[in-house]
Design a protein around this ligand. Sequence first.
Ligand code: C5P
Length: 216
Amino acid sequence: MVVTLDGPAGVGKTTLARKVAQELRVAFLDTGAMFRATALKLGEGAWDLPGEELDRRLAGITFSLSGMGRTSTLSCCGEPVGDEVRTERVGMWASHLAARPEVRERQKAAQRAMGADTPLVAEGRDMGTVVFPSAAHKFFLDADPRVRAGRRAAQLTQMGKKADLEAIEASIRARDDQDRNRAIAPLIPAPDAVVIDTSGLTLDEVFGRIMRSIRS
Ligand code: C5P
């Protein structure tokens, strides 16, 4: 069984997907973290490499998933992926790389292999449209960019980090634009996805809607 949660940057997918996975007692797969870990491993500018060279470097990057629910752990080349990938800068690198077909093919194969081994809640941009088109339950979350920037700023402040709301909003808008307008696997809802605008909803309200939809 696969549940997919897609949507733009900062919409709350990771928190919700982890919570849904915990409730269902299945693994949680953060595919954004896969793109981010790949971007960090390959370094700045890798998105401009020639196809063959890029593919050769990608061949050395492996992923695995262990645990379930809240304790699900994604590893890249045997090392757990941690908070080092969670900066806006790495997010932007990931977004540049994510437009390359070589990268998407490798990621899709790794994601499907993990989905074949274990039931999971998978979150990303193309889970319902491309990677798991026959998933049992699909959700697409959206929210106003200003609201998403505000949520991300609050998260950073809570972690004791500095947050510049204007800069975060500009980065979110730039990444949205790139993710929605790329030629391969653009960010769009699957035709059979339940679309939820989370702008005026709390996390618990969105969680409630998702769980009601799955249970019905
Ligand atoms: O979700 P997150 O912000 O961690 O994703 C980082 C970037 O990785 C996104 O902006 C997007 O370009 C890319 N991504 C993707 N497809 C996915 C997950 C993430 O293209 N399934």
